[in-house]
Ligand binder design. Structure first.
Ligand code: SF4
Length: 329
């Protein structure tokens, strides 16, 4: 038996056979699995996904309700006011704008709608607007509604819960060790505490990050171990799509095999979570997107991302159809 076979056998026994998550030691072995073992790893992750979610795929649309002008300095982000990027800033949308965007997301076939605002944390005006729009959306449309509003206090989370928000997105982005290399205007700890507050108020937590920002394999494992501690219901996996004008604008794209390996590792680390392909999948995976959907992911973000275009709804739905997936309403 080759070394790859032995590692994959251990992973299969632990995760599929015994119903346990991959522990740190196994994650290290999977991170070091020789390339010849990657197809077996992806197949295993696909089996684990299938056991937990059957053929269901969760489709989400993001709504960028205020574009650009953010005070923070995240090195990957074209919405930071600190960098000369090509995005056109847009002010905060009206309540009617939120509701219209939710109608559009529903009409496009999404089951989830996420309101994203480029801010460090919500102002009173922003919170008020979100908390007015969400009940209207929930009254009218059968959507899971998520929000991504930056760093939150207990008071913020409580008001969002009262307004009927289902899920809060707040990404750790990377490991605690590497975080100061991607952002200096807020800390990993602040992000961590926001995630804990979301859990405390019994809202669903959507927490993931971006791979390919220059982090080491150890960072990726530490990031996964931190996610295991948080146990988010959803993990969005983004791959760095280097944006011109940002400090990470000239970083190389992640190797597609490493991108797929990581998605599979997320599935084995958190077997029952919703693992969602988010930004950067088109540029990183290119023609390997179908394989990507067979590497452990159970959800995708549809079409356009916050500041970068996707490849179009018809292509994404066509791919899901060819793969025999059923889109969750
Ligand atoms: S990632 Fe979020 S907090 Fe950071 S600069 Fe972009 S919008 Fe601001």
């Amino acid at each position: 038996m080759t070394q790859s076979h032995a590692i994959l056998d251990r992973a299969r026994t632990r995760v599929l056979g015994r119903g346990l998550a991959a522990d740190e030691r196994l994650l290290r072995e999977l991170a070091a699995l020789p390339e010849e073992g990657i197809p077996g790893l992806l197949a295993l992750a696909d089996d684990v996904r299938s056991r937990h979610t059957g053929n269901a795929i969760a489709v989400e649309v993001l709504y960028n309700a205020k574009k650009g002008g953010c005070s923070e300095d995240c090195n990957f982000c074209s919405q930071s006011a600190r960098y000369a990027t090509d995005i056109e800033t847009e002010p905060l949308s009206s309540v009617e704008g939120f509701v219209a965007a939710a109608r559009d997301a529903h009409a496009r076939g999404a089951g989830e709608f996420c309101i994203v605002v480029a801010v460090r944390g919500p102002s009173e005006r922003l919170l008020e607007r979100v908390c007015t729009a969400v009940p209207e959306i929930k009254r009218e449309l059968p959507l899971t509604v998520a929000v991504s509003l930056g760093i939150l206090t207990d008071g913020h989370v409580e008001r969002l819960a009262q307004a009927g928000v289902d899920k809060v997105n707040h990404n750790l982005e990377t490991s605690e060790r590497y975080f100061p290399s991607i952002c200096t205007t807020h800390t990993y700890q602040e992000r961590w505490e926001t995630c804990l507050r979301v859990k405390r108020h019994a809202l669903e937590l959507c927490c993931g990050g971006i791979i390919g920002m220059g982090e080491t394999l150890d960072d990726r494992i530490a990031f996964l171990v931190a996610l295991q501690e948080l146990q988010p219901e959803e993990i969005p996996v983004n791959f760095l799509n280097p944006r011109p004008g940002t400090p990470f604008g000239d970083r190389p794209l992640l190797d597609p095999a490493e991108a797929l390996r990581f998605v599979a590792m997320v599935r084995l680390a958190l077997p029952s979570a919703l693992v969602r392909f988010a930004g950067g999948r088109e540029v990183t995976l290119k023609g390997l997107q179908e394989l990507g959907m067979r590497s452990g992911a159970s959800g995708i973000v549809l079409g356009d991302y916050l500041t970068t275009p996707g490849r179009g709804d018809a292509e994404d739905f066509g791919m899901l159809d060819r793969l025999g997936f059923e889109v969750l309403a």
